[in-house]
Design a protein around this ligand. Structure first.
Ligand SMILES: Cc1cc2nc3c(=O)[nH]c(=O)nc-3n(C[C@H](O)[C@H](O)[C@H](O)COP(=O)(O)O)c2cc1C
Length: 253
């Protein structure tokens, strides 16, 4: 089994590890000119961003040639995923990929503009993350089917969410609005955890470019909490407790 994953703060890497198999980082795969993945089972683990998949994950699905008998997609999310499944079904169908199983695991919502991370972490036990993961692991090991066949209504709803929600959030120039305060020691960790190679750190400054994936890895993983955006619901930052900073660097550098 092969799992391709995308992560900013470790939830998806943790879930990918729990499912098992060979783990491949989507940001690293995307640097290849041609991507061919062949295995008895191939899965994607990715976060819900603005009730759809991250821009890079969609581009990966469109680019990769996936050859398998059992293709599955697992989202991690915080508050709700609306028509995120429909997005995967639509892209898979366009690629001629037979989506056999799709599910979502509710974890900490790392969307800092809306959610106080301290609160999110405190209320995590109520989500029974381990129970959700165990169910997904069991389903996949039994090659269970859980498919989505979007109706006209799903598709209309999906487009509505994209227009009203995603269009304002999934913007490649997002990081151009970030600020870096005096606490910054130019350690370069933000550049190393960025899956999009969107950050350059020199002795003088941290510079953001215009191909941000909006994953917040730079904000959440900064050891000095020096990176900020306009709207933040709290001062606490998040990284999945089973995932280390060097795990995120290895995944995204
Ligand atoms: C830009 C952005 C948008 C998000 N949008 C949603 C959303 O629409 N619904 C939701 O439930 N969670 C949303 N989240 C939360 C993430 O899906 C969730 O925290 C995920 O587990 C993070 O995975 P990671 O730790 O592997 O990066 C969003 C997070 C970010 C950064």
């Amino acid at each position: 089994m092969t799992i391709c994953y995308f992560t900013g703060t470790g939830n998806c890497l943790y879930v990918a590890r729990r499912i098992g198999g060979t783990l491949l980082s989507i940001p690293q795969l995307m640097r290849q000119e041609k991507i061919v993945i062949e295995d008895d089972a191939v899965g994607i683990v990715a976060p819900v961003y603005a009730v759809e998949m991250p821009m890079m994950v969609k581009a990966f699905l469109e680019k990769a040639e996936i050859k398998t008998e059992y293709f599955f997609f697992i989202y991690t999310y915080g508050m709700g995923y609306a028509e995120a499944f429909t997005h995967v079904a639509v892209v898979s169908e366009k690629k001629g990929l037979d989506l056999k199983y799709i599910n979502a695991i509710q974890m900490v919502d790392n969307y800092l503009p809306f959610f106080d991370q301290k609160e999110q972490i405190e209320t995590l036990p109520e989500k029974n993350v381990e129970g959700q993961i165990a169910q997904v692991v069991k389903d996949i090991s039994e090659r269970k089917l859980k498919q989505v066949l979007p109706t006209e209504e799903n598709l209309a709803e999906m487009e509505h969410w994209t227009r009203t929600h995603a269009a304002g959030i999934l913007k490649k120039d997002t990081a151009l609005g970030y600020t870096v305060n005096d606490a910054c020691i130019r350690c370069g960790i933000c550049a190393k955890v960025c899956p999009a190679n969107n950050i350059t750190v020199t002795e003088e400054a941290v510079q953001f470019s215009d191909h941000c994936e909006v994953c917040y890895a730079c904000l959440h993983n900064c050891p000095k909490s020096a990176i900020h955006m306009e709207l933040e619901a709290g001062a606490t930052h998040f990284r999945n407790k089973f995932i280390s900073l060097s795990d995120i660097i290895k995944a995204n550098e």
